[in-house]
Design a binder for this molecule. Structure first.
Ligand code: ADE
Length: 239
């Protein structure tokens, strides 16, 4: 059997539709993470719910890579909109990911710098170009003009962003960020450590501002399902 695609979401709402669509489903638990394997629209797939935040996401991704050897990993789910003109329901496909909450204070290293154990470093982690281009095309097909699809920077940090102050802080450090969430760049970093191709697909549940705590529960399900439907179409296109 060919190598599976890996799909990771943080919350139940972000993976439940995809898990329900898996055929010949089996599951395996590693620690508190459950990995569902099977075929999604004919494509071998492994799906996991990571839990919220960078550590959950990193551990879930590392175990997925080591135990299931996915060819690509897709992070799917919801996010807070940051980019100009991006509204609830719009979809962002990552060109790259940054960790906006990596700060070095007096040490003086640039914000977001990631230092790898082999002494290389980077700030902007590029998503796989071919994978993201395919995702963008599929997202546009699924949209049929109903919602906007944009490619750009996904900004990740261990924080639910719900104020103009934090929103502006992220945008002042990374002005081209299109959305903020809590897992994408952690998954990206593990994929970079293990040379696995990745991309991130996020549908906007809120605008990461003072309204976010009201908008998020209202739009979480609709937005999570939107991203999941695009992920399912991606699997179909790979079959
Ligand atoms: N995921 C969805 N909305 C978010 C927000 N405002 N901040 C961080 N992660 C999110």
């Amino acid at each position: 059997m060919s190598r599976p695609i890996g799909i990771i979401g943080a919350m139940e709402s972000e993976v439940e539709l995809l898990v329900s669509l898996l055929e010949n489903k089996e599951c395996r638990k590693i620690g508190k993470h459950t990995y569902f394997t099977g075929t999604l629209s004919g494509t071998p797939t492994v799906i996991a719910r990571a839990g919220v935040g960078k550590v959950n996401a990193a551990v879930c991704t590392a175990a997925m890579i080591l135990e299931f050897a996915p060819e690509y990993i897709l992070n799917t789910g919801v996010a807070g909109a940051l980019g100009k003109g991006i509204t609830v329901g719009d979809v962002i496909v990552a060109d790259s990911c940054v960790e906006y909450d990596l700060e070095y204070g007096a040490l003086g290293d640039a914000r977001g710098s990631i230092f790898y154990p082999d002494s290389t470093s980077e700030i902007v982690m590029p998503a796989d170009e071919e994978f993201s281009a395919r995702l963008e095309a599929i997202a546009n097909e699924v949209s049929g003009g109903e919602f906007a699809v944009k490619r750009g920077i996904v900004a990740t940090g261990d924080r639910f962003v719900s104020s103009a102050e934090v929103r502006n802080d992220i945008l002042s450090a990374f002005p081209d960020s299109l959305c903020c969430e809590m897992e994408g760049a952690a998954i990206a970093q593990v994929c970079r450590l293990y040379s696995v191709k990745f991309s991130v697909l996020r549908s906007m549940s809120d605008s990461a501002d003072g309204e976010a705590e009201m908008d998020f529960p209202t739009f979480e399900k609709l937005s999570a399902d939107r991203a999941a439907k695009i992920a399912a179409s991606l699997a179909k296109s790979l079959s």
